[in-house]
Ligand binder design. Structure first.
Ligand code: SF4
Length: 294
């Protein structure tokens, strides 16, 4: 049996079986679902295709979101990348522009992969597709990295939550950032411990992040929060690959995230009652939106 519900168990399986996280995760999924490995792989390839399509769509046109609060920001960042005048370099700028593109498509009711949620749907595609383009990773390497991200998400879902309504944005963007960080480490040849260290550091970096969508729309601060979560993921991947470890093990960070979520006021858990949603600008916008609808 290749079942795991914690980072510790996942690492133990990797060591005992002499396999990496992607190999363990895919065998576990075959055991769990009863599906053939090929079926699962085909489905995952479809998800990656949708991710790529949503990036292209978000960059191709000035998308306007349902609430009109976001759209066109991914294109602006692409132009800055093309200008060559960037502080962050191509991988970072591409990753965050791709993350914006996906979230803009999502906010316009387009098709995205909820990885792990629609609100945080830009982070994993942003990191994976930008790294593939800039570092020439093969489709198979990207597929395996995507599976690694899924293994991290599965552990968080099992022991905590991926829902902003339950755990705040730390559970959505925080989890996606942790998943993307582990995937990036894997792509660069990092071992299972390094993947989990990167995930732990990424989740720690966003611990306590509240869910505060303006007017209850998944636009502000969600879209730009995806971009900053990408930057967090890449920074933590770099640290892990440099040999920096997380003082708090991944499983304990997940537990802490869940506890913090439970301590959060309901106003900070997707009800649009606090944080950015309770600023003067947000309240004015909400009022205007309601008047327009009446
Ligand atoms: S603020 Fe809330 S709705 Fe927006 S991405 Fe974060 S968890 Fe999702």
């Amino acid at each position: 049996m290749y079942q795991y519900s914690s980072g510790e168990k996942l690492l133990q399986l990797c060591h005992d079986q002499g396999k990496d996280i992607a190999e363990i995760a895919i065998i576990a999924e075959v055991e769990n679902s009863g599906n053939q490995k090929e079926q699962i792989i085909d489905w995952l390839k479809d998800q990656i295709q949708v991710m790529g399509d949503s990036i292209k769509k978000g960059l191709a046109q000035d998308i306007k979101s349902i609430g009109g609060l976001i759209g066109g920001n991914a294109c602006k960042l692409q132009k800055r990348l093309e200008s060559g005048d960037t502080f962050c370099g191509a991988v970072m700028l591409k990753s965050i522009s791709y993350a914006l593109a996906v979230t803009e498509v999502n906010a316009a009711m387009g098709r995205v992969v909820a990885a792990p949620t629609a609100g945080a749907s830009g982070i994993i595609p942003g990191v994976l597709i930008a790294l593939q383009e800039e570092k020439a990773y093969t489709d198979e390497e990207i597929l395996h990295a995507f599976i690694v991200s899924g293994a991290i998400g599965k552990i968080i879902a099992t022991n905590a939550t991926l829902s902003g309504a339950e755990g705040g944005c730390q559970a959505e963007c925080g989890s996606a950032s942790a998943m993307a960080a582990a995937a990036a480490v894997y792509l660069n040849g990092g071992g299972p411990e390094q993947c989990l260290d990167a995930a732990a550091m990424a989740l720690k970096g966003l611990l306590g992040l509240v869910c505060d969508p303006v007017a209850g729309l998944v636009e502000v601060p969600c879209s730009k929060r995806n971009a900053s979560s990408v930057a967090n993921a890449l920074a933590c991947a770099e640290m892990a690959l440099a040999g920096i470890t997380s003082f708090i093990p991944f499983d304990e960070v997940v537990e802490a995230m869940f506890k913090v979520g439970n301590m959060m006021s309901p106003a900070l858990r997707e009800t649009a009652g606090g944080g950015c949603a309770d600023t003067a600008t947000a309240r004015n916008y909400s009022r205007m939106l309601h008047e327009r609808r009446d």
